[in-house]
Design a protein around this ligand. Structure first.
Ligand code: HPA
Length: 277
């Protein structure tokens, strides 16, 4: 008997781009919106943005869409939403990130990004909650991602697929964001595997190799977005200073709380940026 897979992406013979096309067809059917212009992945702290970007046309449970899985964590909403901005753009809001540390494989991690591309989105906005290495940053502060260091030792690209990652986090889009908020600082995002937070020594390593932000998402997704031909804009909410930079131990509760407090301000910022893209 052939093996059955509850998620088609768990079948190694499946073509992940075909699964993404099916997911995009599911989204079109369930939302009634044929094409999206921009996609937005909302990480911890950024969830409220979905309420103020525009008018929600449809909200669908991610589990109804081919290849998506239930979110592993409190604070990560498992829905997909189609929103129409006042300016008339269709925005696909992805509240269902699969993290690399969940161990479902990198195909599942980047499925939402490939699906976004298959819905027609040309711009992928990736947001997350993360630790800050720069001592001048304070919890609750949003920063732009200028580049990344991928410490997962993995890639969403399969086979000999060579993709240029110069200007991965498009300067054009960062400039638009700074046009909305000129105080936005930026830094290099370092993706660790997690789910443990980093040791202080690992944070020092990240600092020495050029990182300013530490987190457990985004870099693999950004690579897949570029492969799919999208422009990427990345934002981190600094929920805490990274281990050893702040003198107190890190906790998931602290990260969620910082996100909750910052949410109204950063969501308003994100809504304005999305309208300007
Ligand atoms: N490290 C990694 N991921 C995180 C952190 C951190 O300090 N804060 C929020 N997500």
């Amino acid at each position: 008997m052939p093996e059955t897979h509850s998620n088609p992406l768990d079948d190694p013979t499946a073509n992940p781009f075909e699964v993404a096309s099916q997911a995009a067809a599911d989204i079109a059917r369930l939302t009634g919106v044929e094409n999206h212009d921009i996609a937005l992945t909302l990480g911890s702290g950024w969830g409220k943005a979905a309420d103020i970007i525009g008018e929600t046309v449809a909200t669908i449970p991610a589990t109804e869409v081919t290849g998506f899985s239930k979110p592993a964590l409190e604070g990560h909403v498992g829905t997909l939403r189609s929103i129409r901005t006042p300016g008339g753009k269709n925005v696909l809001v992805i509240g269902a990130r699969t993290h690399y540390y969940e161990d479902h494989g990198v195909r599942r991690v980047v499925h939402s990004v490939r699906t976004a591309a298959a819905t027609g989105a040309k711009i992928m906005v990736l947001t997350n909650g993360a630790g800050g290495i720069r001592e001048t940053w304070t919890p609750g502060q949003p920063v732009l991602i200028s580049d990344h260091i991928n410490l997962t030792a993995d890639s969403p690209l399969e086979g000999a697929t060579f993709i240029d990652l110069t200007d991965l986090y498009a300067k054009r889009l960062r400039d638009i964001a700074r046009g909305i908020d000129p105080t936005l600082d930026e830094g290099v995002y370092t993706q660790f595997r997690g789910p443990h937070y980093e040791t202080p020594a690992e944070v020092q390593m990240a600092k020495h190799i050029g990182g300013h932000i530490v987190g457990m998402s985004t870099a693999l997704e950004a690579i897949a977005a570029r492969e799919a031909g999208m422009e990427v804009l990345g934002f981190s909410l600094i929920t805490n200073l990274a281990a050893g930079i702040q003198q107190t131990p890190l906790s998931h509760a602290e990260v969620i709380e910082a996100g909750r407090e910052a949410e109204p301000v950063i969501s308003a910022l994100l809504a304005r940026v999305v309208e300007a893209l």
